[in-house]
Design a protein around this ligand. Structure first.
Ligand SMILES: [Zn+2]
Length: 460
């Protein structure tokens, strides 16, 4: 081949970079905001048909989601008609979102919205906010559809693509799409959204990489703890000022963590991954039904990432009290971010908090229950696993519990097969950059992702 002829892969990377350059920063949860704030969102929506003309010539696209000014919504729903007309009611749905977490140049090796293509540790990488989360997935999905269209492929069942615009704040776009699909009587046979990935060094005693597919996700709620008291002069303090009562409550809460459990999803994960782990981990994990108490004790000692899989977690994220340096506080409040285990509920999580503390009022904000568990078996699951194996032969694949909340939770009401997995290889350092500085994706991992989505769609 002559030199300097761009390959299709080069084009794919350029398109990803073009999307990362548009700073579609998520708006606060208070709502879509005025239209003027949405210029970058409009810019991205307008750019997509230019970047992926074949996709936009072949698929229908509608804009959904609430808009206070009565205009078209900002979430995009694409429909690729399948060859089997009965497949319209049971489509395959691939999801991603194009809003991103805010970022400034501060502390980034390469500016967050410059989408520079720069080598790191011997590999070319695209740097920028959204390179993985979640424009990486969005671009890979569109690239896969484009490549299949180029070969003349038509899926058997309809394929829906949903690109949300406010996953990072409220998910109103995904909720609007879920209710539109429900009204149309559509129940996707497979929903795939962001979540797990291909990782390594994330399981005790296991050195090889493995894929984690989220079959459920934790619930989420925010609690406002409040102590109110008569104020007064700070020169004559009561035995316990509001601030001290609140501090005591937080300490009590920390001393009474939610109970931990190895639920069926986690047990299956331990058995699957443990089967290829070193001894003594292999013996321990593969016989989880006998060794559960021992495993629980040893995992709980290992630190935050893995213990969060086992229980409801609480994080005190904001503290507020007082109005003057020399006056007693009339009020002290703490915000507690609670992530609820799949086998628990908002009510149970709140009750556990109320039991642990007293003399403090607890207000429950924006409760969202944990998601039902999708089966790690059956046609949808098997197709997903087979698509992973096409790109990564022999790779270990395991279900897991996704700890973060995603737009996928809104689809559990219209589909029994909701999976959370992005087909990218991500190192621990790359995972740590999500929602943080220096987000980046390896070019090789992105291109494997394109092939992964392509392999999945070929089976549908
Ligand atoms: Zn995301």
């Amino acid at each position: 081949m002559p030199e300097n002829v761009p390959s299709p892969d080069d084009g794919a990377i350029e398109r990803l970079r073009a999307l990362v350059r548009i700073p579609t920063i998520a708006r606060p949860a208070s709502g879509p905001g005025p239209r003027a704030d949405r210029a970058t969102f409009e810019a991205l929506i307008a750019e997509l048909p230019t970047l992926y003309p074949r996709v936009h010539a072949s698929l229908e696209r509608e804009r959904l989601g609430p808009d206070p000014e009565g205009g078209p919504g900002y979430s995009l729903l694409y429909r690729w008609r399948g060859s089997d007309p009965t497949g319209a009611q049971a489509p395959t749905m691939l999801m991603a979102h194009y809003d991103v977490v805010a970022a400034t140049d501060d502390g980034w090796q390469h500016p967050p919205f410059a989408a520079e293509l720069v080598d790191h540790e011997g590999e070319p990488m695209v740097w920028g906010r959204g390179a993985i989360d979640d424009k990486g997935a969005l671009a890979a999905v569109l690239e896969a559809v484009d490549r299949l269209l180029a070969t003349g492929f038509t899926p058997r069942h309809d394929v829906l693509l949903l690109f949300g615009h406010d996953e990072e704040v409220a998910g109103t776009g995904a909720q609007a799409v879920a209710s539109a699909l429900r009204e149309r009587g559509i129940r996707p046979a497979l929903v795939l959204d962001e979540g797990g990935a291909i990782v390594r060094d994330a399981f005790p005693g296991l050195d090889e990489p493995f894929a984690l597919i989220g079959v459920t996700e934790k619930g989420i709620t925010t609690l406002r703890l409040r102590v109110e008291q008569l104020g007064g002069h700070a020169a004559s303090p009561p035995p316990f000022a509001a601030t001290e009562r609140l501090a005591r409550a937080i300490q009590r809460l920390n001393a009474a963590p939610a109970r931990a459990r190895l639920d069926p999803t986690i047990r299956r994960m331990l058995r699957t991954l443990g089967a290829r782990a070193r001894q003594p981990f292999r013996a321990l994990f593969t016989r989880v039904d006998l060794t559960a108490p021992l495993i629980l004790r040893s995992l709980l000692r290992r630190g935050s990432e893995i213990t969060a899989l086992l229980r409801t977690t609480r994080a005190v994220t904001e503290l507020n009290a007082g109005h003057a340096a020399n006056a007693l506080p009339e009020q002290a409040t703490a915000t507690v971010n609670v992530r609820i285990a799949p086998w628990s509920s908002v009510a149970e999580a709140v009750a556990e908090v109320r039991r642990a503390i007293d003399l403090v009022t607890v207000e429950v904000l924006q409760p969202s229950e944990p998601s039902p568990v999708s089966p790690a078996e059956g046609e949808a699951w098997d197709d997903l696993v087979a698509s992973i194996h096409e790109v990564h032969p022999g790779l270990l694949v395991s279900p897991y519990v996704m700890m973060q909340a995603s737009d996928a939770r809104f689809m559990t009401g219209i589909s029994d097969h909701v999976y959370r997995f992005t087909p990218f290889r991500l190192s621990a350092a790359e995972r740590a950059c999500l929602h943080a500085k220096n987000e980046r994706i390896r070019v090789s991992a992105f291109l494997e992702g394109v092939r992964g989505y392509e392999a999945l769609l070929r089976r549908r």
